[in-house]
Design a protein around this ligand. Structure first.
Ligand code: PGA
Length: 251
């Protein structure tokens, strides 16, 4: 089954308005000759409107790195899906390992974020992945299954076309250590089998599963050649227009 590739750039806590506009413009300028794949940028909230403006008409999708489940209210420090849409965003990442590890977000909080994001129609990327310690204890599959099941709790089959899963082994994020293509493929196939188990084969076949963790221009082709790797969630290399441009043009 051929799924449309998705290359997403997570800018994390980087870029001022000026940097963001330059970077977004340089990336948008490289997307014209790849109409067969989706490109998504997740800049900080503070530059969301500017980035949305810069990429308009380029086909690039803009989203946020985290999102609240409510439309509005007393949620100090949070951003609602309605605000995201108002600023031109149509996508959100939830459950990134930095949210889990640094800010102690757990599966149930991440599930609320995911449900809220979907309720307002955002394309939502749920991140899952084991730590080094969990991998060494042979708990990779257990952890990934739990995060996937708990993260997707209550998600109806009818909105699964708006869900993307990102497998990001924590030990590979920002470390320069990528999972081998075999390690990544093995976990991707496992996640797809769990989705089939939770829903049905047609949904498992269409859900896009991205790999994240030190994706660079020199490893993207091998990763993308794997049957269950449908795209990449890129951190460090997404901040450089040339590197990210090459990643978008994976072969
Ligand atoms: P990295 O980050 O590409 O810098 O490893 C990936 C991510 O955190 O999504």
């Amino acid at each position: 089954m051929k799924r449309r590739a998705l290359i997403a750039g997570n800018w994390k806590m980087h870029t001022t308005v000026m940097d963001a506009c330059h970077l977004a413009a340089a990336i948008a300028g490289q997307c014209a000759d790849v109409p067969d794949r989706d490109v998504l940028l997740a800049p900080p909230f503070t530059v969301l409107s500017e980035v949305s403006h810069v990429i308009r008409e380029s086909g690039v999708i803009v989203g946020v790195q985290n999102v609240c489940w409510e439309e509005k209210g007393a949620f100090t420090g949070e951003i609602s899906p309605v605000m995201v849409k108002d600023a031109g965003g149509t996508a959100a990442i939830v459950g990134h390992s930095e949210r889990r590890q640094i800010f102690h977000e757990d599966d149930s909080l991440i599930n609320r974020r995911l449900l809220g994001s979907l309720r307002f129609g955002l394309l939502t990327i749920l991140c899952v992945g084991e730590t080094l310690e969990q991998r060494e204890e042979n708990k990779t599959f257990e952890v990934v299954e739990q995060q996937t099941r708990n993260g997707l709790a209550g998600v109806e089959a009818s909105v699964m076309d708006k869900v993307v899963i990102a497998y990001e082994p924590v030990w590979a994020i920002g470390t320069g250590k990528t999972a081998t293509k075999e390690q990544a493929q093995e976990v991707h196939a496992f996640i797809r089998s769990r989705i089939e188990n939770m829903y049905e084969k047609s949904i498992a076949d269409q859900v896009r599963i991205l790999y994240g963790g030190s994706v660079k221009q020199d490893n993207v082709d091998a990763l993308m050649a794997q049957p269950d790797i449908d795209g990449a969630l890129v951190g460090g290399a997404a901040l450089d227009a040339e590197s990210f441009g090459r990643i978008i043009h994976f072969r």
